[in-house]
Design a protein around this ligand. Sequence first.
Ligand code: SAM
Length: 249
Amino acid sequence: MSNNPPEQGHDETITFDIIGEVSSPYKEKFAIPRQPGLVKAAKGKITLLDDANNIDLLRGIEEYSHIWVIFIFHATQQQGWKPLVRPPRLGGNKKLGVFATRSTFRPNPIGMSVVKLDKIELNNKRVELNISGLDLLDHTPVIDIKPYIPYSDSIINAHAGFAQQAPSKLLTVTFSSQATKVIQANKKDTPDLETLICQVLGQDPRPAYKQLTTKRASIDTKVYGISLYHFNIKWCLITDTKIEVIEII
Ligand code: SAM
């Protein structure tokens, strides 16, 4: 990270072991919510790996409803970082210091998300944590898991700059008859697909500058695609508050 000699007692480089890997319905970055908890229907798993694949490491964690997942932004880490970033939520118009944001492009590509811990399972000798509300890409490497402690981790009346409130705009989502048929046909394997699509698209995953344009001018006619589970979902805006899912493949 720097050319300066390391301070006494500090190693310049620290290596971490990957202790788990995320399985997520989000197969690409586009449309993943900006923070955990915004899309509660997003369900995934953390599979523990190597020496961490031992149920003893989790003893007692079932007493906690939520956990911190500390992970690597593996899909963007090669792109490096800059001291100033343009938070997407501000429409890309304003630059802020990287440490004043949750940007994925950081000096150390480490992310942290609070997710709901639904269940712990042992599957073919693999320890799996079932989680929901995640904002994580499929295959995200996990480097630590910690219990969420409300008395310390939740600070009432804390100031949070431009991110004081969760994004409030919620769009309604309708489905074409083709999309409805596919959802029905896959009810057994992906029972929450419809809810997941509604919650993900309801947040309006388009870049903030597109959302601003829609408010000001004519409607955005572009057909967008998102990948959830193994589905490719095509959708577009039909009014400035309504999305239509055109096709699910
Ligand atoms: N809650 C975490 C935090 O505050 O550190 C992540 C916040 S970051 C703004 C959330 C975004 O990270 C998601 O919308 C998604 O685009 C991106 N993301 C999630 N998993 C990723 C991964 N493994 N590699 C790169 N980007 C990822």
